[in-house]
Design a protein around this ligand. Structure first.
Ligand code: NAD
Ligand code: MG
Length: 359
């Protein structure tokens, strides 16, 4: 078992990573001063696969166990389903000491965290992330949210989990495409922060793609470590956190223009990372050899690295300018100047961006 502690004073919590530990969550929950009532929040597909194991483990330790299921999909990460969960909790008599367990990917994690943050002004919750993306990204950091018709993740809060409990065996049932998509965020951590980790991923590609559990545990641990390191340093060194957005400026524009559906998030981010690296090479920062390594690692893991053929660069620039992260109509990005080292908040001209997108 691998363990990581996220230091946040009173809100500190642990991330535990293992295989086959899903059925031990009840025992672990006993260590927290939570009440008897616990509700699993999940979707029918994941609940069917893993719900019984979690419930049995909780019942064994004497917990009163409930479950609320939300249909599968980003579409249901909204206020109406949050309200539905709140209603179920009230009807079941949940109080301030009751707790929630998010069993699922980032959609379930974000929704559950949001509900936990507002139910009776905040109750404890545990993340059991079952997608690679959720295990290395969304379950860590305490950002919770639901979508609004006018924008993704527009309604939300910061609410730290009491525990992140990762069972890598759950990745066995994850669709291959979702797994590969999650790897894009893992590779991102290497590029933005840790050259050695990047090399580890290059060398261990086959083991990772075969889902060898020991290697998966190692990479998930390092990814979570990097995310928490960057987020905690940001409190002093403001704007460092922006490096987590590498690949996301161009990636989000691709997602927006292809209408969320053609590409999974990690796939769009993979293309974004390649073009943002190309931009850095064009500006004379990143060496050609490093750019080639970035392209190759992504390609060899099965991720896309080229913009779709019909993508119009003017429309992309327009979309990027609308991005909430730009200040006063200037395009700012984080770009890699070497593998493991980023240039933060770099101002990019529209002409340069256009040149790269048309390459
Ligand atoms: P997801 O939660 O939609 O899961 C992807 C698909 O995999 C779903 O169909 C789900 O039912 C299925 N699935 C999940 N686990 C499975 C398993 N073990 N076996 C079989 N199928 C399984 O998508 P995601 O990529 O995990 O998360 C995306 C969400 O995360 C977005 O809403 C995004 O906004 C959010 N997010 C949040 C943060 C944050 O900091 N809070 C960071 C990144 C992303
Ligand atoms: Mg992302």
């Amino acid at each position: 078992m691998e363990k990581l502690r996220v230091e946040l004073g009173e809100r500190s919590y642990e991330i535990l990573i293992d295989r086959g530990n899903l059925s031990l969550i009840g025992e672990r929950l006993l260590r927290f001063s939570v009440g008897k009532k616990v509700s699993i929040i999940s979707n029918p597909k994941i609940f069917e696969l893993y719900g019984e194991r979690v419930i049995a483990s909780l019942k064994k330790e004497g917990f009163d166990t409930y479950s609320v299921l939300v249909p599968d999909g980003e579409l249901y990460k909204d206020y109406f389903w949050a309200y539905h969960i709140l209603t179920q909790l009230l009807e079941a008599g949940f109080d301030r000491r009751s707790s929630l367990i998010a069993l699922g990917g980032g959609v379930i994690g974000d929704l559950t965290g949001f509900v936990a943050s507002i139910y009776m002004r905040g109750i404890p919750y545990i993340q059991i992330p079952t997608t690679l993306l959720a295990q290395v990204d969304s379950s860590v950091g305490g950002k919770t949210a639901v979508n609004h018709p006018l924008g993704k993740n527009m309604i939300g809060s910061f609410w730290q989990p009491s525990l992140v409990w990762i069972d890598v065996d759950t990745l066995d049932t994850l669709p291959e495409r979702e797994f590969i998509s999650g790897l894009a965020e893992v590779i991102k951590y290497g590029i933005i922060w840790d050259r050695e980790f990047f090399e580890f991923l290059e060398i261990n590609r086959e083991k990772i793609l075969r889902k060898e559990k020991e290697v998966l545990i190692q990479i998930i641990k390092r990814a979570c470590e990097i995310k928490t390191e960057v987020v905690s340093k940001d409190e002093r060194e403001s704007s460092l956190r922006a490096i987590l957005n590498y690949g996301h400026t161009i990636g989000h524009a691709i997602e927006t223009l292809t209408g969320y559906g053609r590409y999974l998030h990690g796939e769009a981010i993979s293309i974004g990372m390649v073009y943002e690296a190309k931009l850095s090479r064009m500006l004379g920062f990143l060496e050609t050899e490093s750019l080639e390594r970035i392209k190759n690692i992504l390609k060899n893991f099965g991720l896309p690295i080229n913009l779709p053929l019909n993508m119009d660069s003017s429309a992309m620039i327009k979309t990027i300018l609308l991005d909430k992260k730009n200040i006063e109509g200037k395009i700012r990005m984080v770009i890699p100047e070497a593998i493991g080292k980023m240039k933060i908040n770099f101002e990019i001209s529209e002409e340069d961006l256009k040149k790269v997108l048309n390459e």
